[in-house]
Design a protein around this ligand. Structure first.
Ligand code: BDP
Length: 332
């Protein structure tokens, strides 16, 4: 490369970086950086990697996706901020931390809003799912593009003190919740004390007794190794929070209209692929929970007692979502 070419390449690279941020331009290749708190092999991570491979193939190698898994880039709140400013191209997060940015999605964060996982999948695949992704993309200051929903099963409480069979058992227990006031209120309504804490701090938080436990789906309980610090896993099934893949608006806007269409299409395919991997992962996690010494898994006595307990949360947050809640319930 002569000096002029080198200068031009340097300028192109700088321009690319400025224009696209999280999309680093190397020669004629654009690397889209993506993040996830989960490790390689976890359904959400694999589905996004597969989406990247398809995008690369569809654009003759113009785009490549580089995944930073396992909290390498920090908490979901941190990666979301990086996507918002364009330092990262994509991140897969829970709807939890998106709620404080785009209020409309908080409807999915209401406890017991879905009847079953099947119901949840129908909702995210249908009109409502598309509409809420668009709300994220259309939000004037979020700087995010809603690409896809993913399945994250059902969340239940685990702790290191005792099995939870009824809401009263949560009394006096400090339970880590994701950083969204709605969740803290949910845990308080269920009878425990909700403590907001980013995921990277949870293992130590439980190990050192800052909190007594947390709540999550079975795969996360196992893969974040929380199973080794909190032995009682109780099926309270209080939250069913979909995951979401968001892209940086800055990066998206740097793509051609055809590429943008392609990304949206591949997003929906990733949504379908992830759930196949998800069902398998839940089965594996349940196996691990059964055979790990000391781990006790229990059903609660009366699931409706937990549903009744969260009425104050619905009173406080549900009103503004009345129409959307009706539409969600109407999905059969
Ligand atoms: C897991 C979600 C992940 C969240 C985590 C949490 O997949 O996005 O970060 O829960 O509780 O189920 O923070």
């Amino acid at each position: 490369m002569n000096r002029r070419d080198a200068l031009l390449a340097g300028a192109a690279m700088a321009f690319g970086l400025m224009a696209a941020g999280g999309a680093a331009v190397a020669a004629d290749k654009i690397v889209l950086k993506a993040a996830d708190v989960h490790p390689l092999g976890y359904p959400t991570v694999e589905a996004v990697i597969s989406m990247g491979k398809k995008l690369s193939a569809a654009t003759n190698g113009k785009y490549d996706l580089q995944m930073f898994p396992a909290m390498q880039l920090g908490s979901e709140e941190a990666t979301l901020q990086q996507v918002q400013i364009g330092a990262l191209a994509m991140t897969r997060v829970s709807v939890g931390p998106v709620g404080p940015i785009v209020d409309e999605v908080n409807v999915f964060n209401l406890p017991f809003v879905f009847r079953s996982e099947e119901h949840m999948r129908k909702v995210i695949d249908g009109e409502i799912g598309k509409e809420l992704l668009k709300k994220i993309s259309d939000h004037p200051t979020a700087n995010l593009i809603g690409l896809a929903w993913m399945d994250s099963g059902t969340r239940s409480v685990f702790n290191k003190v005792r099995p939870i069979t009824k809401p009263e058992d949560l009394k006096g227990l400090k339970i880590r919740m994701m950083g969204n006031p709605l969740y803290v209120d949910t845990m308080n309504a269920l009878g425990g004390t909700g403590v907001p804490m980013p995921m990277p701090e949870v293992y130590n938080g439980i190990a050192t007794g800052v909190v007594d436990g947390a709540e999550n789906n079975q795969p996360s309980y196992v893969s974040f190794n929380l199973i080794s610090v909190a032995k009682y896993y109780s099926f309270t099934r209080h939250l069913m929070i979909p995951e979401i893949v968001v892209m940086s608006k800055k990066v998206y806007n740097s793509m051609t209209p055809d590429e943008q269409k392609m990304v949206m299409k591949l997003g929906f395919e990733a949504q379908q692929e992830e759930r196949v991997l998800w069902d398998k992962k839940v089965g594996e996690a349940m196996e691990t929970m059964k055979k790990t010494p000391g781990v006790q898994v229990n059903e609660v006595q009366d699931p409706s007692a937990f549903q009744k307990a969260v009425k104050p949360v619905w009173d406080k947050y549900g009103a503004k979502y009345t129409k959307m809640i009706e539409r969600i319930s109407a999905v059969k």
